[in-house]
Ligand binder design. Structure first.
Ligand SMILES: C=CC1=C(C)c2cc3[nH]c(cc4nc(cc5[nH]c(cc1n2)c(C)c5CCC(=O)O)C(CCC(=O)O)=C4C)c(C)c3C=C
Ligand SMILES: [Fe+2]
Ligand SMILES: [Fe+2]
Length: 369
């Protein structure tokens, strides 16, 4: 086996640290072809679908991809923005703002980058770029507050698969979860309070999390418990009693049982029970995406109204809200601890000389200015 080529090693360079924000991924365009290739990569991941590979290959290629790609593309078209998929736009903005926030907090020697587990910018592409930039310490920060084998662990798989082909591996720290982190809970609370200030308050706050097969819970995945802990902490921060909020699970895929209660039928039942107004928040998604903007804010809204509900309020995700960027900076700082992210004057001077040397080397190799 041969390893990937390494950039030349120079004695005395100060390695940089990086925070890599990783989200799920999204198609490049809302077309059948692009959605198909995205779904193919996503749904071929054995962490996401735990069905024997040969059986699943047939189901995926003969049923799911031919039928779902066009249907999903049509849904993506309803949420697409001028700048592209909301998930990618929001994640990119979070990375830019996190970079600024960390610099403001004194961490001048940290690069913030973002990558997608499926699709682009891909993890191998971004990890290679960080190496070229002289990064030798990386905090991998998944966009998922709650740990799940289907999501967080799959990001780690991608990290390990990439570095299995690399000779000089950077120092790595993997953030497992932050479902109960103060910065995260406070940012959620601020979001809800801001919504209530502007639009008044509903009779119930429904907290909808992405579902996973129930089997994964029975086999030891802690995701379900972490969703409930987030919900409890948010309810406490908002001073809600038990009957003022509830937890549901959305986005069921396939015929197997997933975590219950399912969001859509539950919300319809609330309307039939006489609730006129509900507020919905999706705390497990840190960026708005297809699952929040289309499934919740369009489909579930329709289900609630069709069952007699009057007012359905969707509270947007944290996205790049100042409170959440502060929360992300605090989470990143806790994992950057001990790494030289704040330079001494001597290191700053050494870094300047490094940069000059790098520019001179690039010039001698004929790189444009
Ligand atoms: C097939 C099984 C799936 C599991 C298990 C699953 C878990 C899971 N997903 C997210 C977050 C997101 N999922 C998104 C889209 C999406 N999810 C699945 C399937 C599973 N997810 C599919 C097939 C799709 C694609 C859309 C569709 O065809 O329905 C997204 C949005 C992506 C976007 O482009 O906007 C997110 C985010 C979590 C957090 C999770 C488990 C905890
Ligand atoms: Fe999903
Ligand atoms: Fe549990």
């Amino acid at each position: 086996m041969s390893f990937r080529p390494e950039p030349p090693y120079t004695h005395g360079t100060i390695p940089r640290s990086a925070v890599l924000l990783v989200n799920l991924g999204t198609p490049d365009e809302p077309t059948r072809g692009k959605v198909r290739s995205y779904l193919k990569q996503f749904l071929s991941d054995p962490r996401v679908v735990e069905v024997p590979r040969l059986v699943w290959w047939c189901i995926l290629h003969l049923i799911i991809l031919p039928f779902r790609s066009g249907q999903s593309a049509a849904k993506y078209r309803t949420i697409w923005t001028r700048d592209g998929s909301p998930l990618r736009v929001n994640t990119a903005l979070q990375a830019t703002r996190l970079q600024a926030m960390l610099t403001e907090r004194g961490h001048e020697d940290v690069t913030v980058a973002m990558a997608m587990r499926y699709g682009s910018p891909s993890m191998p592409e971004v990890l290679d770029r960080l190496k070229e930039e002289g990064v030798d310490r990386i905090v991998v920060l998944p966009a998922y507050p709650q740990y799940s084998g289907t999501t967080t662990a799959s990001i780690w798989d991608a990290v390990f698969q990439h570095y299995a082909k690399v000779r000089n591996i950077p120092e790595l720290r993997l953030v497992k979860h932050y479902h109960d982190h103060e910065g995260y809970i406070h940012a959620l609370r601020d979001n809800v309070l801001a919504h209530w200030d502007n639009h008044g308050r509903g009779q119930k706050l429904v907290m909808s999390f992405h579902g996973v097969p129930k089997r994964t819970l029975l086999l030891g995945d802690q995701y379900h418990c972490e969703c409930y802990k987030t919900a409890r902490l948010l309810a406490t921060a908002l001073d809600l009693s038990q009957d003022e909020y509830m937890v549901t699970f959305q986005s069921r895929f396939g015929k197997a049982e997933w975590l219950q209660p399912y969001t859509a039928p539950t919300v319809a039942q609330l309307a039939r029970d006489g609730l006129e107004r509900i507020d919905m928040i999706c705390p497990g998604f840190t960026s708005d995406c297809l699952e929040t903007l289309e499934e919740i804010s369009m489909e579930v809204r329709h289900d609630f109204e069709a069952a007699g509900g009057k007012e359905f309020h969707y509270i947007p995700c944290l996205n790049a809200s100042p409170a959440w960027i502060r929360g992300l900076a605090e989470i990143a700082e806790q994992h950057l601890i001990g790494w030289p992210t704040i330079l001494t004057p001597a290191q700053r001077e050494a870094r300047r000389i490094d940069a000059e040397r790098g520019a001179a080397r690039a010039k001698s190799l004929g790189a444009p200015n």
